[in-house]
Ligand binder design. Structure first.
Ligand code: ADP
Ligand code: GN1
Ligand code: MG
Length: 368
């Protein structure tokens, strides 16, 4: 539902921001939440905030989600303070509502929250500079390391089975079976691509189940645009989009970053000849992530990194294709067949990783 500025300003008024509201406009390019940038005047200065409508269709328990966000940001800010950092720039800060809650629900049933806007940083939708990708790896690894002692059992599972690839496969098969919009006939090749890799879908889940891979507190959505890079230093300053912080595998975080950032093309590129796995970026991210984790990864986790990259890419492609078959009800789309285009880039990337498998494994061994 699109809202006019006056309505957005009224929603903003429910929160404890500082200064006089001046301007509000849409911001960012996430696929899930509706994000707005609020500018306020405070004397001669400006102060900016992020106002976000949480996606209640995707996150069925916004209250639990915000408990996670408050818990995790409070924990991170304490650690950052202890390490001599700046807690308001290196972690998200939740701005409470005037009644002291972390979010508000409007009469129309929509859920809203506010954060400090992190100034003088950039979130990139594509790798423009190799160093940014390397620094994002260090920061995502470090994020996981910082949360090593977070009480995982206190976390709500904001999206159950989020990276349960076996479950994603089952839901995909059900969507093919149901074929609600009669689209399955157009995408037989893509459907077959998934079915040919059904066994792969089990690999990480089985290893977590058997205890071969440890369960950790992870971010689970480590796209490059979910990290703010400091404009002055080029370092990965702040990990954002904490909606999916849940118990998971380190391989999810590593893999999802490779899926998005090591791709030579955009996630929704129509020209598939532009899609491939850039081995140089793959190596840089691998090096950065292992460094950022500061020795916490097990030998097995490190050995399985290429599989993490492949499976997160395959899983994301399966999710885009499932959404296409179900009528584009989950991811925001900006054109017809957007989800199909996204699915095709993911599958092309998977195929390219399969062709480069030995080189990927050799790279990982080099940094292990
Ligand atoms: P989505 O779940 O839709 O991806 P995000 O929380 O990632 O939503 O926000 C979308 C975009 O808004 C981000 O990619 C980033 O560019 C920007 N953004 C979000 N929070 C902040 C913040 N606190 N400071 C600066 N930019 C932000
Ligand atoms: C979504 O919220 P955003 O745009 O950072 C999605 C991820 C997908 C990604 C694909 C909660 O991420 O899982 O990998 O799109 N987030 C959720 O671009 O489903
Ligand atoms: Mg995001």
């Amino acid at each position: 539902m699109s809202r006019d500025k006056a309505e957005l300003m009224q929603i903003a008024d429910k929160f404890q921001f500082e200064g006089e509201k001046e301007q509000i406009e849409p911001h960012g390019s996430g696929h899930i939440n509706d994000t707005f940038l609020l500018t306020c005047r405070l004397g001669l200065q400006k102060k900016r905030y992020i106002l976000q409508r949480m996606n209640h269709n995707v996150f069925k328990d916004p209250k639990g989600l915000m408990e996670n966000v408050v818990g995790v940001t409070t924990f991170l800010q304490k650690k950052i303070r202890e390490n001599g950092g700046n807690p308001e720039r290196e972690a998200l800060t939740v701005v409470p509502t005037k009644s002291g809650e972390s979010y508000c629900v409007l009469e129309d049933g929509t859920y809203w929250r506010m954060y400090f806007f992190i100034e003088d940083t950039t979130s990139f939708d594509a790798v423009e500079n190799q160093n940014d990708f390397y620094e994002s790896a260090v920061a995502f690894g470090h994020f996981q390391k910082l949360l090593e002692e977070y009480p995982a059992s206190s976390l709500h599972e904001t999206i159950p089975d989020f990276h349960n690839t076996i479950d994603r496969l089952a839901r995909f098969k059900a969507a093919v079976e149901k074929d609600a919009l009669g689209r399955a006939k157009e995408v037989q090749e893509e459907i077959q691509f998934v079915l040919d890799r059904s066994d792969d879908c089990h690999v990480l889940c089985d290893m977590l189940e058997s205890g071969e891979l440890p369960l950790r507190v992870t971010h689970n959505d480590t796209k490059l645009n979910n990290i703010m890079i400091d404009n002055a230093t080029g370092k990965g300053l702040c990990v954002i989009d904490l909606d999916t912080v849940m118990p998971g595998s380190a391989l999810y975080d590593y893999g999802d970053s490779i899926r998005f950032g090591a791709n030579t093309g955009a996630e929704d590129e129509k020209d598939l000849s532009k899609i491939s796995c850039d081995l140089e970026l793959f190596a840089l991210y691998t090096k950065g992530f292992i460094e950022g984790c500061e020795g916490s990864l097990t030998e097995k986790e490190i050995m399985m990194l290429p599989m993490g990259a492949k499976l997160m890419t395959l899983e994301c492609g399966i999710r885009f294709l499932t959404d296409y078959l179900e009528g584009d009800v989950y991811f925001k789309i900006h054109r017809p067949e957007h989800n199909l285009d996204r699915c095709r880039t993911q599958f092309r990337m998977v195929k390219d990783m399969e062709d480069k498998w030995e080189q990927m494994q050799d790279t990982v061994k080099q940094y292990a």
